[in-house]
Design a protein around this ligand. Structure first.
Ligand code: HEC
Length: 297
């Protein structure tokens, strides 16, 4: 009698432990980013294929997102942490699962993309600065030679490097998506400075540009980047309609991948670890039952 009571409570204890471990694991796998209060509008509720513990990047969307970056954003924004070969690494936009043994640097896709760009180099014989075709091992070509040139071309504002922007901004890809589509006419009573645009998702303090009531300053801020994405700005190679929303969603996906290319692998490892722990818990419980089988407490 008493042994069966102990056995049951032992079982409950173990089960509670397993449930707690699972809950912890699932919580750790979630990608939620804490939202602090700013005067900017909360990003739109937009879903991405890579969210949640079982999320994965949609490879076709990564390719579309790279196209948006290459044809639009790369005119002003560098991505200095990426090389062309990174595009062909496992899980990347141009990873080819049919040829897993080809190293990313040898990928025909990475090579073909790199070959479209010319990068500065030094002529080994004369020491002159020359332009040569990029190789897969080269970093993404930057639009400007240096920060001063970037500012000069953008009215004094610096277009930030986009390599890790999806992790550097609160709200991540949902923020990028919302910002790119969020341009609005400035509310009446607001003076927009020259060379700036009103965007409710941009953080900033606009109180000195606002004529209305002090407690009714509109959400958002000014940004030195004009609206970039409109319908048909980029022609997608698959059947996806080239709407501004699809362009923004794709480039936000691509930037999320660039900022954290191994997140899918990490989640999968997490799931494998949880499964292992579950099996291990079960085995421990069964051996406990086995060892104490004939012992009366
Ligand atoms: C014509 C140049 C230009 C192009 C093209 C451009 N941007 Fe920008 N972008 C800028 C500038 C300048 C800033 C800095 C704005 C500021 O500080 O007010 C900026 C800022 C940003 C920011 C940071 C906003 C913040 O929270 O500080 C993001 C994200 C961004 N751009 C994404 C993109 C994406 C994605 C594209 C391609 C769809 C793109 N940009 C195309 C010039 C450009």
């Amino acid at each position: 009698m008493s042994s069966s009571i102990l056995g049951r409570s032992g079982f409950h204890g173990l089960r509670a432990l397993a449930v707690a471990a699972l809950a912890l694991g699932v919580a750790a796998l979630g990608t939620g980013v804490a939202q602090a209060k700013t005067n900017a509008k909360e990003p739109q509720e937009v879903s991405f294929s890579f969210e949640g513990p079982f999320g994965r990047f949609d490879q076709a969307e990564l390719q579309r997102g790279f196209k948006v970056y290459a044809e639009v954003c790369s005119a002003c924004h560098s991505m200095n942490l990426l090389s062309y070969r990174d595009l062909a690494q496992p899980g990347g936009p141009f990873w080819d699962p049919k040829h897993p043994n080809i190293s990313p640097a040898e990928s025909p896709y990475a090579k073909a993309i790199a070959a479209q760009y010319k990068v500065p180099d030094i002529d080994p014989d004369t020491g002159d600065v020359i332009q040569r075709p990029a190789t897969a091992a080269d970093r993404f070509k930057a639009p400007f030679a240096n920060e001063a040139a970037a500012r000069a071309a953008n009215g004094g504002a610096l277009p930030p490097d986009l390599s890790v922007i999806a992790r550097a901004r609160e709200g991540g890809p949902a923020y990028i998506y919302s910002l790119l589509l969020g341009y609005e006419e400035a509310p009446a009573g607001m003076t927009v400075p020259d060379g700036k645009y009103y965007n409710p998702y941009m953080a900033g303090d606009m109180s000195s540009y606002w004529k209305g009531a002090k407690d009714k300053v509109p959400e958002g801020g000014f940004i030195a980047m004009a609206r970039q994405l409109v319908d048909d700005r980029v022609q997608f190679d698959d059947k996806t309609p080239s709407t501004a929303a699809n362009e923004a969603h794709a480039v936000a996906t691509f930037l999320a991948w660039a900022a954290d290319p191994h997140q899918v692998e990490r989640k999968q490892t997490g799931i494998a670890v949880m499964l292992f722990l579950l099996v291990f818990t079960l085995l421990t419980y069964l051996s406990y039952r086995q060892i104490w089988r004939n012992v009366s407490h």
